[in-house]
Design a binder for this molecule. Structure first.
Ligand SMILES: O=C(O)c1cc(C(=O)O)c2c(n1)C(=O)C(=O)c1cc(C(=O)O)[nH]c1-2
Length: 254
């Protein structure tokens, strides 16, 4: 019987450089910048209701990231890694000195789209697939090795590019978007670059055998699937018009 492999074209992973090459190939073929829903979003082909659905669902991802990062942090006895990683929690939650975080900036976007904050933060209207995919990410970093937990954030290597595309595309095409509304993404470009550099360096130094490097590759594939699944669900519900029962109905907030 054929072996079930996530990576259909395994190649030697004998060196950190081979690992990086493989990771970049995965990004080039599996990252969610390639998803048709993103193409519609960035080229102005969605209506306001569809952008609302995207921002509402994505709030669940945003608000789960610091929870995910707290779990990652808890996996490390190495104080230097914890010190580095805890910055990510502040990037999203803000800090006790009154600096706002990414979650607050995301709510500026949902405000501009006319969605009530209580409704957004309750997450009652999100798609079941959004919840399943995001929760799977949290479970992954809890259940796998600390190396795989770090590796699953490697999608951020490819994020600054999509953030730039999104800022330019949404500003150009949607009249409900202005630079203040896009602040989440402008801020994220620099944060994601720093986070990605750390992750890439970490996996190159700490995946020491071909087997460990393969685990890193599969963690990145898993995470690409987490992101892709969320967009598949949005596409099915709000572009093709098959929303599952009980989810956000744009007519309620038009
Ligand atoms: O807009 C995007 O396409 C995008 C993608 C990703 C990603 O690649 O996981 C993240 C973000 N944004 C993001 O804003 C963010 O804070 C973030 C954290 C993480 C992570 O895995 O820890 N990914 C991402």
């Amino acid at each position: 019987m054929k072996d079930l492999v996530l990576d259909p074209a395994p190649r030697p992973l004998d060196t950190p450089e081979q690992l990086e090459t493989r990771l970049r190939e995965i990004g080039a073929t599996r990252y969610h910048n390639l998803h048709p829903f993103h193409h519609l979003l960035h080229s102005g082909q969605l209506n306001k209701a569809q952008v609302q659905a995207w921002a509402l669902n994505r709030y669940y991802y945003q608000s789960s990231i610091p929870i995910k990062d707290a779990v990652v942090l808890s996996r490390f006895r190495d104080h230097a890694v914890r010190l580095e990683w805890r910055q990510r929690i502040e990037d999203h939650d803000g800090n006790t000195h009154g600096e706002e975080g990414g979650i607050e900036r995301w709510l500026v976007l949902t405000d501009a789209l006319g969605l009530p904050r209580d409704y957004v933060t309750s997450t009652v209207g999100i798609l079941p697939a959004t919840r399943f995919a995001v929760d799977a990410y949290i479970n992954f970093v809890r259940d796998r090795t600390p190396l795989e937990a770090v590796a699953s954030a490697l999608t951020e290597v490819f994020a600054p590019q999509i953030h730039k595309e999104r800022i330019a595309g949404m500003l150009e095409h949607y009249d409900f978007v202005n630079p203040g509304v896009m602040k989440y993404f402008t801020r994220r470009v620099e944060q994601a670059t720093k986070d990605a550099d750390f992750c890439l360096d970490y996996v190159k130094r700490n995946a020491r055998t071909p087997e460990e490097r393969q685990r890193v590759v599969e963690a990145l594939i898993f995470k690409c699937n987490v992101l892709w699944t969320q967009l598949d669900a949005l596409q099915h519900a709000y572009v093709e018009g098959h929303p599952p029962p009980g989810v956000f109905d744009p007519k309620d907030w038009a």
